[in-house]
Design a protein around this ligand. Sequence first.
Ligand code: COA
Length: 701
Amino acid sequence: MTAEYQVIEGVAVVTVDNPPVNAISQTVRDGIIKGIDRASADPEAQSVLLRCEGKTFMAGADISEFDKPALAPSLPDVVNCIEACPKPVVALIHGYALGGGLEIAMACHYRIAQEGAKLGLTETNLGLIPGAGGTQRLPRLVGVSKALDMITGGKIISSEEALESKLVDKLIGHLPEKSDEPQNMLKVALNYCQKVPQQTPVLRRLSQAPMPHQVAEGVFDEWRTKMHKRKRNLNAVQSAIDAVEASTKQPFDEAIKLERNLFMLLRESQQAKALRHIFFAEKKAGQFNTKSVPSTQKIQKVAVIGAGTMGTGIAMAFSNAGYPVLLLEKSHVALEQGITRIEKMLASSIKREKITAAQADKSRNLITPTTDYQSLQDVDMVIEAVFEDLEVKSQVFAQIHEHCRSDAIIASNTSYLDINVLAMGSPYPENIIGMHFFSPANIMKLVEVIRTDYCSEATLTTAIKVLKHLNKVSVISGVCHGFIGNRMYQSYQREVGLLLLEGASPKQIDQALYNFGMAMGPLSVADMSGLDISYMMRKSLNKEDYDSRAFLVHDRLVESNRKGRKTHSGFYKYDENGKKLGTDPSVLQLIAATASELGFQPREVKDNEIIDRCILALVNEGAHILDEGIAASASDIDVVYVNGYGFPRHLGGPMHYAQASGLDHVAKTIDQFSSSYGDRWWKSAASLRAGSQNGKWEEVV
Ligand code: COA
């Protein structure tokens, strides 16, 4: 049963129960319609309360249904049925009312919400627009500007903001006399429902309501321009603006048809399919097959070794999530610099309204700076974030072992080193793991969790559980140089370097890949990260493990102290504040001289060749990673690339992009590259060849 019906003191209570998030599946839609119809005809019921069991109100349409044929009744059928009900219908919102959940709530004649509830029309995040009246009813409730902001941004707002903007009519909070005890939601809601009919004889149907404000001329074009920059390439956002504009210019019945047509078109689009793929890929990431469910360890206190950029970011990621953190450095000076960095990051988070001043205080107070390894004796987990050098890390590990409990989990934040070596040198190899955070670690969601050959399932599960508390997306990677992300990135940068030598300029390469959808061009990224970082990383590789020609220009820049933005020159020039000034002519000369020295003949390179070479280099390396079992699935690789490397989310990640483009076509193109450039780097992976037969990557179950 997904929607129960009962009458309590004259109120028909329709209760949806579809765990875990009350997604609006076909049975839920059917159940709500039956409940509303029954209430309409029930002489015992004067009003109706629509509520949900479990941790949340309806968190949206059932996304898994979008790839299947549409099933009746539709969400618009449900919304129409509720709004047309002759008795007042009240929505009782707790947890989340998202997407279709909020559309249902807006079809109700009144909305009351529990404090702490969150509301939003988040469809654009999935490449869709609200398709059951959301773009028409929300502006009528909160005004056009607020509606555009919420819908185009896919924003989730708090219950307080919802009350202020008239999206909800009443908040249910805590008992006044016992401030931390919540009021009995059902009791308050029933009481509200009993009063509603007397209060308003005419039902508030939003489809018949006028717009609350006049809309200034040009508003919609301003939004189109603004969102074109902010949500580059995302078709749903522009369609959402069209639909909201229609709410101001057309009668409701016509505008709603336009909304539905746009929704149906978008639902079938490649972008929406890619965004659904990445939604479920992120939910699946970090899950792994175990013979039994391993017991997890309780992590109450952590230590971070190293107060550099990564260490301080990691310390903040933990303290923001409420963990007490010891921040350990070898010198007081380094420690003080680390604390200053944390202060700056907290101040910037407050300024950007990411956290309140009170939350920042709480987070800061949870971090205890120390230079004393002895204080590690009562920590449950240590994250080592010192200089990226195996020798240095081994020495730090030895110190950690000397002072830590034997059951403490010890994680290294290396981005490419062989963690098996650290595990082998440990007296407790089963407790050693990798946690590769991305910078800034307090903001970036991705963490690659590196499973060594020795770590226990309990260590792995505990690490993933802790990272979930930190609100991170974890992807498990086996051990190899660079793990999933950086290993693939090396292939991508290889093609970038070779294309430079073949005749493409830094600006052309960056622009082509930016236009493809990457957050930034690869040479701008290299300058921003510091060319010396990848230079050092290459030093840890054998010469035959990478194409040294592709990085000769990079090496020469570093060796002449042109390390990128931090030295105001790299592939581009920068001013004192780090603002890009443009291409450096001397870099173009250096590229031409290096190319001629290596025997490259300059030629015209087309933008689509840049895209194919760079993106398919990622795909083929990803496929080799699958062959070797370093990643468990193609979707895990997509999660890494979308969350850590600026790959466009609306293309679903490199592996999904390849599948959507046709794996047979991709395999053929890679074979052509292999004929033209040799098979040292372009040998097609077995999983790609298998995928090209089946049309999709093999699913790992
Ligand atoms: N349709 C289908 N399944 C959904 C879903 C939806 N709208 N929302 C969540 N789920 C599934 C998840 O895939 C997950 O499944 P799993 O347990 O098999 O992995 C499960 O419900 C729990 O979701 P999870 O995200 O782990 O729970 P949470 O408590 O961390 O977060 C939400 C809850 C509602 C905030 C989050 O699930 C969410 O953002 N959902 C999407 C909401 C949305 O965009 N709605 C608009 C749809 S058009």
